[in-house]
Design a binder for this molecule. Sequence first.
Ligand code: A2P
Length: 277
Amino acid sequence: MSEELEIELPILQGKPSPFPVPGGCYALTVNEVEHYSATLFRFRVTRPRQFRFRSGEFAMIGLPNAEKPVFRAYSVASPAWDEELEFYSIKVPDGPLTEHLQKIQPGDTVLMRKKATGTLVNDALLPGKRLWMFSTGTGIAPFASLIRDPETYDKFEQVILTHGCRTREELKYGEDLVARLREDPLVGELVRDNLLHYTTVTREDFIRQGRLTDLIVSGKLFDDLGLPRMSPEEDRAMICGSMAMLKDTKELCLSHGLTEGANNKPSQFVVERAFVD
Ligand code: A2P
């Protein structure tokens, strides 16, 4: 049977686009767009039946606005079981993709290359007692997927989603998500019992302030949560944020005795970059 979700004529801002869907891509229909601020938004699209991915992976996203469109890597923010796909995006002024992507509306077409990949997957970690998710900014996206996947709670007794942002406004996506998940019929009980959500901001007043890395070094992160310092025996970690954040947080995982894992060699922590313009 042909792909029923693949559409012949791509739509851009409500109008047919003159550019065909490039080979090797799905044409996805936008179902929902939510803007959080001048710089952040999320959108949900139809999921082709054949598209398989593991929670935490990313795909290449583009728009049908050129013969050879610009593609950028986006973590799928929805879990592997979901019938739709969700993405969480920054809006970069003059960003070759996000400048246009931020204007999408329901009914529009978004392009996605057919293969998903990535290291922030449960398979790349050995089982452990706790899973630490360290994220800054839009780096929360792969964790938005993983905290909605029951498999994550099968593998780890406790999951700690940490999110560091410049301002409180930037925390809203994660806060709304966790609040919704606590009421979710599939994972609500797991989330209420096993997920901790720890937020901090760096550029305005808030109940918790400072970079996650500084809070790890000082030990405040662990003390605030009433948890022991990370150890290779009990703790696993996933890291997603800016290049500098990845590097610094990786160093801290290493200094706590954790070793880096990969898909073909599961270990104690994994790293991914946040893919933005
Ligand atoms: P700061 O305000 O001190 O730069 P960005 O939007 O630049 O990616 O930053 C998102 C959040 O990540 C901000 O709170 C920022 O703090 C923080 N951050 C930036 N660099 C690092 C780093 N190397 N380690 C940890 N957090 C960082």
